[in-house]
Design a protein around this ligand. Structure first.
Ligand code: OOG
Ligand code: NI
Length: 267
């Protein structure tokens, strides 16, 4: 069931993220078999769609919440999950936008999206890879974008992984994150430079980098546009004093990873 869940998310992600297949291919040519460290999903913090509503879905897979995070400037909160029986299953990072912190006009847009979701839909696991469950106009997308890039992305793409993450610990031919970054840049991929190419330090037990999101053609209810979609992340974890690799996330780094979808202007 867990594997099927990640396979569904992966197929959905690959369909709009050509760089993911390209990076996989390049790694495979070096004899690598990438292992996924985690995926991240986004949502609106309403009663129907917020963390409280979605956490139980992920728990049905045997996952448990292991950490919570707050991003004050971006008006987000988040949790991360680890699998209770099998630590080799990828972790899941789930964040939500605090709706009450938005200006009234944007709260009204989000309420309009939320109202389009039948309550019974959010009770099933496949909701998490169902894509966008509402109609959205480009005008509303732009209005959200002016205040919260996260709100605009979530409105446009809905329920899907916004990134998968290559575990550098499992790579055979890359040891340092800088080495992988150089390889990706040489191959023509663009990296998220917010907070520097490498986010986090060995002392924090987690180093991360990410590409900039691929641009995706999206059908809005009024006109079609091409906007930033999903990206790829790379993570290297370090052992804790008990010898086990650190499994959490670093809020200051995550804050910058969010900006991997804030790269290019819609066209
Ligand atoms: C999640 C950003 C945080 C990480 O690895 O720190 C994250 C997002 O962009 O939705 O994935
Ligand atoms: Ni991530």
């Amino acid at each position: 069931m867990v594997n099927q869940f990640f396979e569904a998310l992966w197929q959905q992600y690959m369909a709009i993220t050509p760089q993911a297949a390209a990076i996989h291919q390049l790694l495979a040519e070096r004899g690598e078999q990438p292992v996924n460290d985690h995926v991240a999903l986004r949502t609106f913090g309403t009663d129907k769609l917020g963390l409280k509503a979605l956490i139980p879905l992920i728990e049905t897979l045997g996952y448990r919440v292991k950490g919570d995070y707050e991003f004050t400037a971006k008006k987000l909160t988040a949790v991360h999950f680890e699998h209770q029986d099998d630590p080799n299953h990828p972790k899941i990072f789930l964040s939500q936008l605090i709706i009450e912190s938005l200006p009234d006009d944007l709260q009204a847009i989000v309420a309009g999206l939320d109202a389009q979701v039948a309550p019974e839909k959010t009770g099933k696991l496949d909701f998490l890879f169902s894509g966008r469950p509402w109609d959205l106009s480009f005008a509303d997308y732009i209005q959200l974008l002016q205040v919260s890039e996260y709100a605009a992305w979530t409105a446009a793409f809905g329920y899907r992984a916004n990134h998968f993450t290559v575990s550098i610990n499992h790579l055979l031919t890359f040891f340092e994150i800088e080495m992988l970054n150089t390889f990706l840049l040489d191959q023509g991929f663009q990296l998220n430079e917010s907070g520097g190419q490498v986010k986090g330090t060995p002392e924090q037990l987690l180093e991360q980098s990410s590409t900039l999101a691929d641009m995706v053609h999206v059908e809005f209810s009024d006109t079609d546009h091409t906007i930033p979609g999903c990206f790829y992340e790379f993570a290297k974890r370090y052992p804790q004093s008990n010898g086990r690799l650190y499994q959490g996330f670093i809020a200051a780094s995550a804050d910058k990873i969010f900006e991997s979808t804030d790269n290019k202007k819609p066209v």
